[in-house]
Write a protein that binds this ligand. Structure first.
Ligand code: CP
Length: 353
């Protein structure tokens, strides 16, 4: 009996993804990485498709990598900032999206300051919606690229100790990563100022400690978070200087972690505040690897969302500068494989291959 196809229409949060779906996305992303190492970094997979990046908050990494991911798959892309759109004239999110949809995009990537904005949008448009960060709620594609980076560097996720440090309350990255890493079998510990750790966090599956030293002790992965000043009416701590002194991560903390621990940060970094430059730029840092993996994860998601209709039409899987990479998938499960026979799911089962 054929397995159920991978049928995700939107990527709104990690909460609604199963471990099998996450593994499938990571496997697909891994297979896309090779394209970005070629001299001609482009395959025709999404030719004729249109991706709109609709960003109501600033972004460097997420916006650029969605745009690069779409371009490397030959999709047409358009990036819109709220500050230079008719939003400043009073147009609502839904009206903006419906007007953009009148131009027939296939995917809308949305970043918004309000939690739940992508979920709302997904109920009003025909296009697929990807959450590129909604308020303090979730940042699912960041968690997926973090999971890919850890799996790549450590060879596994299950059983690892991940310490997430800093402003947990306001961090959509923390929320998505707690959900994602616990689903994949990691032990997640969070630490930071008591005023920045919400009471519900243990319900998401993380252990809480107010001792930074206890959190990093034996950790395989240390993840620092930016203080989200833009989401606070007033500081949750006396001063930035005091925060850096008591909660900033440095090489002394790294010395308590596993000898092969990796140091992560979603960016942007406040150097010398939540992380010291020595740690951010040191040999244990994988911060720029996270950024590289962000392109592969977003290529995989664009591909998977656009589904079977995006299968390559030229039917040639030979590896060269004009064609996609060799698949890690079993027959029919390659996301870049030729068109499928009617009724064939192409291995889009949501199961790891
Ligand atoms: N990590 C992240 O979301 O960075 P940007 O805000 O620059 O997109």
């Amino acid at each position: 009996m054929k397995e159920k196809p991978f049928t995700i229409k939107h990527v709104l949060d990690i909460a609604s993804l199963s471990p099998d779906q996450i593994t499938y996305i990571l496997d697909t992303a891994e297979s896309f990485k090779e394209i970005s190492t070629r001299s001609i970094k482009k395959v025709p997979t999404l030719r004729g498709k249109t991706v709109i990046n609709l960003f109501f908050e600033p972004s460097t990494r997420t916006r650029a990598s969605f745009e690069i991911a779409a371009k490397r798959l030959s999709a047409d892309t358009l990036s819109i900032s709220a500050s230079t759109s008719s939003v400043v004239k009073g147009e609502t999110l839904i009206d903006t999206a419906r007007n953009l949809e009148a131009m027939q995009p296939d995917v809308i990537v949305l970043r918004h300051s309000l939690s739940g904005a992508p979920h709302l949008l997904s109920r009003h448009v025909r296009a697929s919606v990807i959450n590129a960060g909604d308020g303090a709620h979730e940042h699912p594609t960041q968690a997926l690229l973090d999971l890919l980076t850890v799996r790549e560097k450590k060879g596994k996720i299950k059983g690892l100790k991940l310490a997430i440090m800093g402003d947990i309350t306001h961090s959509r990255v923390a929320h998505s990563n707690i959900l994602g890493f616990t689903k994949m079998g990691a032990n997640v510990v969070v630490s930071g100022p008591a005023t920045m750790i919400p009471p519900y966090i243990e319900k998401l599956g993380a252990k809480v400690t107010l001792s930074i030293k206890e959190a990093v002790q034996g950790a395989d992965v240390i993840m620092a978070l930016r203080i989200q000043l833009e989401r606070q009416n007033k500081l949750s701590f006396p001063s930035i200087r005091e925060y850096a002194t008591y909660f900033g991560l440095n090489t002394q903390h790294l010395a308590l972690a596993a000898s092969d621990a990796i140091v992560m940060h979603p960016g942007p970094i406040n150097r010398g505040v939540e992380i010291s430059p020595e740690l951010a730029d040191g040999p244990h840092s994988v911060i720029l690897d996270q950024v590289t993996n962000g392109v592969a994860v977003r290529m995989a998601l664009l591909y998977l969302l656009l589904g079977s209709e995006t299968r390559m039409s030229h039917g040639d899987t030979k590896k060269d500068e004009n064609n996609p990479p060799s698949p890690p998938f079993s027959k029919g499960g390659n996301p870049l494989s030729p068109p499928l026979e009617k009724g064939d799911t192409g291995g889009f089962s949501g199961k790891s291959q």
